[in-house]
Design a protein around this ligand. Sequence first.
Ligand code: AFP
Length: 357
Amino acid sequence: MQFGRTTLSKFVIEQARLQNSELGALLIDVAAAVKTISAMVGKGALGGNLGALDSTNVQGEVQKKLDVLTNEAILRHCEWGGQLAGMASEEMDEPYAIPNEYPRGRYLLVFDPLDGSSNSDVNVSVGTIFSIFARPTAGDAQPGDYLRPGCEQLAAGYAIYGPSTMMVLTLGNGTHGFTLDRENGNFILTHPDIRVPEETTEFAINSSNERFWEPPVQRYVSECKAGKTGVRATDFNMRWIASMVAEVHRILIRGGIFMYPKDSKDPSKPGRLRLLYEANPMAMLIEQAGGAASTGRQRILDVQPEALHQRVPVILGSKNEVERLERYHRDYDNGSDRPFVSPLFAERSLFRDESHA
Ligand code: AFP
């Protein structure tokens, strides 16, 4: 592939041909929707689309005008091409049936049209996240068709609307980045075969929730903050943008670990992020780039969905750090991380078993 010359269209058609799929045409429609959204978001206050509506989505979150407009953009661009059996979105309570006047295909498109939308009013990078599955036959999707584990995704990706607009996607053969050339409207392959560094000293978490985290997460973050003075023997840096797309993009480019773990803040929600259209696509992208993505206790791509808008704890990024945090969860669950209390001395040991450090 020619750096700086390969367009997204050429790339996805070539990749889809190699896999004998019709994914190319669908991904080109998604890219067209992304260009529409990029122009909409890029207008900022001049577009008259900032601010909130007085409606809430199925998550109970106040909808931004852009949440609804970007959702519409994806539906309109993708409903007519004949590749889809249905669509589902963070902004729609129920899946979207393809209108009768359009042909149907066997693919399902699941998406968060504007991730990080609470940042759109303050001009911080936001994004679109999407995931593509196939059902066995063409036709109208049934509700159960959407409840497939992330390991069955055929493709996944995101758009990030930042200083430049980029699309990062995978069809199961590596993770690749494309930058929008605004002068001619082409997405150009600029980041072929992205690899996540296995090591990192940069972590991302919303520390205001610290008192609600489980002990293994408190332990991990405390060790990162202790830096050179603690068991990690090196200083860490912290980031929190509150746009998952921006966090994941940074991690794909320079490494890091992103955590939105299970917490006790709202016992009805095992995490904040949604499995089908946030965690799964990001997990596929990260794994295809050599990273890891876990709930802390399970590979995200192996989680069996039980509901369309199900939430899940998310820990993803540089493989060695994700594996360390998974180990801390195992130590916690099997009781081996608690300081040893000798029955003889009824005292806590001052030293943690170094094998866990
Ligand atoms: P919004 O789309 O409602 O802005 O939420 C963004 C998000 O789902 C994800 O992109 C961020 O990582 C996370 O929520 C930020 O959550 P906090 O606001 O609790 O930090």
